[in-house]
Design a protein around this ligand. Structure first.
Ligand SMILES: *Cc1c(COP(=O)(O)O)cnc(C)c1O
Length: 373
């Protein structure tokens, strides 16, 4: 090796920044990377995770099954057994097909790739789940956001006008919505589905907490798909989302899926968990109870505006108090939540707290009482 070589090559080569600007597409350069903070030792109430570990006996049984996995072999490419288990445990209509993703994030990407084309549009209400916009831009589609009303409902007139104007290939409606927590009015959703010339994906990521689903609409509306995930019900680490809908759509979307996207450990672990769905149902009921208590307690804080939630998180703001200040003070008191309030608009000074264990919720409330201006 000639030591001088590397420095000579470097001086002859174009600046890396010029190369990057030349070749990384402008829409990718402009996207702000999805930021996940390091929780360290903080009480983690920022990511809609289920706070409960598995009971010891269940964990032992699961580990015993994991020992049998052939880690040297590729997984079942279509994960047939897991699909049957999902169908059974989660009441998926028999006549609908299922497609699995490495998290529902991957499903959003797969659907977008399947419909992407020059000038084609993805439309979603705002504020909503940020990945709809990010993925639309990543696959080279145009993104149109339509503001919700002040009370976070769909603005029917604005949505219908935007549908007419942009003829979106794809619309995402989170039901319940993230980060607002509410279920959109069903008539407003229906109007969008009926007016839309393209696909409408109802994202039911918070289905376990919602007490409402639109999955039965699949029989009636040929342009509808329903997407869910096991993340929020307590299996966020597995990365498993599922898309439900007519086989005629799903057979093509399936072609954008990379082979073996659901690994062997996830397939086995999810099947195991679904055999014990009662454990997760009980945790979900507890989280819903604790959500109501947390909602009532938050409302008693001076200046608090607290938004009703059908999910496992609550959106709130404190009058006269910047979200950034509250966020930092909570963090210095050991509690991590999500700050959504730095920009003007509907979420100005809003923060989002995930419902944790009863003890975590009390720690959060105490820290919040000490953090308001
Ligand atoms: C969390 C979330 C997802 C992503 O879930 P994963 O399956 O973990 O990728 C999708 N949609 C909404 C609305 C969410 O809040």
């Amino acid at each position: 090796m000639n030591n001088n070589n590397s420095s000579r090559d470097a001086s002859a080569a174009p600046e890396i920044s010029a190369l990057v600007s030349q070749w990384i597409r402008p829409e990718i350069r402009e996207i702000a990377a999805y930021h996940v903070p390091d929780p360290g030792k903080l009480v983690k109430l920022d990511a809609m995770e289920n706070p409960y570990p598995w009971p010891d006996a269940l964990r032992e049984e699961w580990l015993a099954q994991l020992k049998t996995v052939a880690i040297n072999r590729y997984p079942d490419p279509s994960a047939g057994e897991l699909k049957s288990a999902l169908r059974g445990a989660l009441a998926i209509p028999d006549n609908q097909d299922i497609l699995l993703g490495n998290g529902s994030d991957e499903l959003i990407q797969m659907i977008a790739m399947a419909v992407a084309g020059p000038g084609r549009v993805v439309l979603a209400p705002e504020p909503s789940f940020v990945m709809y916009r990010m993925i639309a831009l990543m696959v080279g589609m145009r993104y149109v956001g339509v503001s919700l009303t002040d009370d976070f409902n769909l603005d029917s007139n604005a949505m219908l006008a935007a549908v007419k104007q942009h003829k979106p290939a794809l619309i995402f409606l989170a039901y319940p919505n993230n980060p607002t927590g509410n279920l959109f009015d069903q008539n407003a959703v229906l109007a969008v589905v009926q007016a839309s010339p393209g696909l409408v994906v109802v994202d039911e990521a918070y289905f376990p907490f919602a007490g409402s689903t639109l999955i039965d609409w699949l029989q009636r509306y040929p342009n509808l798909l329903v997407m869910r995930t096991v993340s929020k019900m307590g299996l966020a680490g597995l990365r498993l989302g599922y898309l439900v809908g007519n086989e005629q759509w799903l057979q093509h979307i399936d072609k954008t899926r990379l082979p073996y996207n659901i690994n062997v450990l996830t397939q086995l672990s999810a099947q195991f968990a679904l055999q014990h769905i009662g454990v997760f149902d009980a945790q979900t009921r507890q989280i819903c109870k604790d959500r109501e208590l947390l909602y009532q307690q938050l409302r008693r804080i001076d200046g608090a505006e607290v938004f009703p939630s059908q999910a496992n998180f609550i959106l709130f703001r404190i009058a006269g108090c910047a979200a950034q200040d509250i966020f930092e003070r909570l963090k210095s008191r050991g509690v991590l939540i999500k700050n959504l309030g730095n920009q003007p608009g509907l979420l100005k000074d809003c923060l989002r707290v995930t419902v944790g264990t009863a003890q975590e919720n009390q720690r959060f409330l105490q820290a919040l009482r000490e953090s308001i201006c």
